[in-house]
Design a protein around this ligand. Structure first.
Ligand code: AMP
Ligand code: MG
Length: 341
């Protein structure tokens, strides 16, 4: 198939792709999504084929406003409306009890569904014009870093989707925060643009799923099936080096080989001569790291590097999301420079 490249002026054509059961690359504020009509099981099945995504990894249902929630969810708790009031439209997904109208193909057979109202104006215009919710995961081939530009999504999806709308580079750069409101206390399943600290301000205590912080152990049953898969990974293996930035830079410089790639903070970019270096913003600016981390991981696939070292922000604010994506890209292969000689 030929993938049509659309602009924000082409909202009616984009909405028609969704309504007719096609696959659409959709710009959002988090990452580009691979969307289909979320009420059409055949269209949803095509998402899994295009991505090579395991069938047991559920999708998120995207709606243009919170008013649509009760069409797809039951027993919606007051906390969902409190979160919607504060963070929608925006980078937050709530896991709620689903109605039978939501196909099993979307939820991977779970009795819950992930719901999100994105902030990107072009995305909301497409959803409103389509008049149906879009089921969408990130627009990458399964296992690869998520795309934050239309060009990156086309690297993976050219010829596999009907059309893509170029809405510019994504403003957040990492996928939505996912909070499970069917658990007591509510549980953070994935850190993202809405921070744990912000969730706690609205919800009180929030549990953090163990999969956010470490690899699932053999036999452990993850709450979200997607949590068990290798994710976000470039072709070369990644080692995350955490700790005070001066120390992590020194640790990486001491362990470099000629074929190494380095993800670092801007201040340290000259410390790794002869290496492929991707700087992701000044140390301390985790929102900038979030915008650039996936592009950096993707960039190494266009180079001959065989090993990647990455500096990592502290796990507070949106830094928790950045470190989660880097740790997953590294298969949780992590060194703490503060603990090294
Ligand atoms: P992606 O944004 O590409 O990672 O795809 C959607 C993410 O939402 C996956 O990590 C899913 O595991 C997660 N997700 C979707 N629906 C649910 C649900 N009902 N319960 C828990 N996680 C979900
Ligand atoms: Mg994804």
């Amino acid at each position: 198939m030929k993938t049509r490249q659309l602009t924000p002026e082409d909202v009616p054509a984009a909405a028609a792709v969704l309504r007719s059961g096609g696959l659409l690359g959709i710009p959002t504020e988090t990452v580009y999504g691979l969307g289909a009509n979320g009420l059409d099981p055949a269209a949803v099945a095509a998402i899994f084929r295009a991505k090579g995504r395991p069938q047991d990894n559920p999708l998120i249902l995207h709606i243009p406003c919170a008013d649509w929630l009760e069409q797809y969810c039951v027993q919606v708790p007051p906390s969902a409306y409190a979160l919607a009031e504060r963070f929608w439209p925006g980078p937050l997904t709530m896991v709620l009890r689903r109605r039978a109208i939501v196909p099993d193909a979307v939820t991977a057979g779970l009795d819950t569904v992930g719901m999100r109202c994105p902030a990107h104006p072009v995305c909301r215009a497409i959803l409103s014009a389509a008049g149906v919710p879009a089921a969408a995961p990130s627009g990458n081939t399964s296992g690869r870093p998520s795309p934050t530009t239309a060009a990156h999504m086309l690297e993976d999806m050219e010829g596999k989707i009907d059309a893509i709308v170029d809405g510019g580079p994504c403003q957040v750069g990492v996928e939505s925060t996912i909070v499970d409101l069917t658990a007591a206390p509510p549980r953070l399943l994935r850190p993202g643009g809405v921070t744990l600290e912000q969730l706690q301000q609205v919800l009180g205590p929030v549990a953090v799923d163990p999969a956010v912080l470490r690899l699932m152990r053999a036999g452990e049953q993850p709450k979200a099936p997607g949590m068990k898969y290798r994710h976000y990974a470039p072709k070369a293996p990644v080692t995350v080096v955490r700790g005070e930035p001066g120390r992590s830079a020194a640790y990486i410089a001491a362990h470099l080989t000629a074929d190494s790639g380095v993800i670092c903070f801007d201040e340290y970019r000259d410390r790794f001569p002869g290496c492929n270096v991707e700087a992701i913003g000044p140390a301390g600016e985790a929102a900038e790291h979030a915008r650039r981390v996936f592009d950096a991981l993707r960039a190494f696939d266009r180079t001959p590097v065989t090993r990647i070292w990455a500096q990592c922000p502290p796990v507070e604010g949106i830094g928790l999301a950045v470190s989660n994506r880097l740790n997953k890209a590294a298969g949780f292969h992590i060194v703490d420079a503060d603990l090294e000689e």
